[in-house]
Design a protein around this ligand. Structure first.
Ligand SMILES: NC(=O)c1ccc[n+]([C@@H]2O[C@H](COP(=O)([O-])OP(=O)(O)OC[C@H]3O[C@@H](n4cnc5c(N)ncnc54)[C@H](OP(=O)(O)O)[C@@H]3O)[C@@H](O)[C@H]2O)c1
Length: 294
């Protein structure tokens, strides 16, 4: 494998728990601090966006986040580190449908670094892979997909009562559990978090999209932090909705402005790795938050 160059760091948060990255990952990423003692679970998202704000190109077979960064190895290394520290990785069913053969594990995204990822998880007292959480209102999921059938990960499907009925028509693999929460065509992010907490350790939770689920977490003020990779390509749009941005199905500004503060900046060649903090309150409803004054 070609050696990766270390990320360049321009801004790094000084607070949060120090994550003991093993030698190789520490050399590549630099120091990592994450989470707050007063916030459990700490919910952090990871997205990749083009320069013009697109997170999915959308044609079938080419709609995953990898297309946005050109399957950049630094981005995959960062994704692997974030998955390694997470108790669970949460995605919406739309994201699963766009990358149906994916497993939300660190080794799946960057196999050559698997040994370092395993070492990192062990040093954090986390054994095995992060729980893979799939959020679906309809429960119309293909249970033969690897995330459910490979046995390599434990999967939790969070769905509605109607979704449970749909899933009960088929035999669930042993590695899959289902939690029903109230709601019809949409589930509240708070109930998703409760379901994850009921399934085991849930101190650090990674949200990997997609835009619909992201909108729900932001609207309930349940996102603490966003790790955003900005790729240097412009992909364009022919119509709104065809190529989503970070959020779908929710609007914030101007009525409900939702500002964040810049907490981290790293770079690998033309790619930027940004960290933005939100004031997650855990309370339902929005409070207006203004921009940070300079
Ligand atoms: N660039 C990146 O970093 C990145 C990251 C993630 C995803 N993506 C891309 O984003 C696209 C998918 O977008 P999306 O908005 O469809 O993604 P999504 O949020 O993953 O999926 C939407 C679907 O998930 C379920 N869902 C989400 N929120 C829900 C809620 N609050 N309550 C109940 N069900 C909920 C529903 O499933 P049911 O239909 O089963 O009811 C809904 O149709 C894909 O192309 C994916 O590759 C890009």
């Amino acid at each position: 494998m070609n050696r990766l160059a270390p990320l360049e760091t321009f801004l790094e948060p000084g607070d949060g728990a120090a994550i003991p990255l093993p030698g190789l990952l520490a050399a590549l990423y630099g120091p990592l601090r994450l989470g707050r003692p007063d916030s459990a679970p700490y919910v952090f998202a990871n997205f990749a966006s083009s320069l013009d704000g697109v997170v999915s190109l959308n044609p079938k077979g080419r709609s995953g986040g990898g297309e946005i960064t050109g399957f950049n190895r630094h981005d995959r290394m960062v994704m692997g580190i974030l998955r390694s520290v997470a108790d669970a990785v949460i995605v919406g069913a739309g994201t699963l449908r766009s990358v149906p053969h994916h497993l939300w594990t660190p080794g799946h995204i960057y196999p050559d670094l698997t040994t370092s990822f395993v070492e990192l998880r062990r040093s954090l007292g986390r054994s095995g892979e992060p729980l893979n959480v799939i959020v679906s209102a309809r429960g119309d999921l293909d249970l033969s997909l690897p995330v459910f059938s490979s046995g390599e990960v434990r999967a939790l499907i969070v769905t509605t009562k109607a979704g449970v009925r749909k899933l009960e028509e088929r035999r669930l693999p042993d590695s899959v559990s289902v939690q029903s929460v109230s709601g019809d065509d949409h589930l509240e992010a708070s109930s998703v978090l409760t379901a994850v907490q009921q399934s085991g350790r849930a101190e650090l939770l990674l949200l990997e999209g997609g835009p619909t689920l992201m909108g729900e977490f932001l609207s309930e003020h349940l996102l603490d932090e966003l790790f955003l990779t900005v790729a240097s390509q412009i992909v364009g749009r022919s119509s709104m909705g065809e190529r989503p941005g970070l959020v779908s199905g929710r609007t914030f500004a101007p009525e409900l402005p939702l500002w964040s503060s810049l907490a981290g900046v790293k770079r690998a060649a033309d790619l930027l790795f940004l960290r933005y903090r939100f004031r997650a309150s855990g309370a339902a409803g929005l409070t207006a938050v203004g921009p940070t004054s300079t």
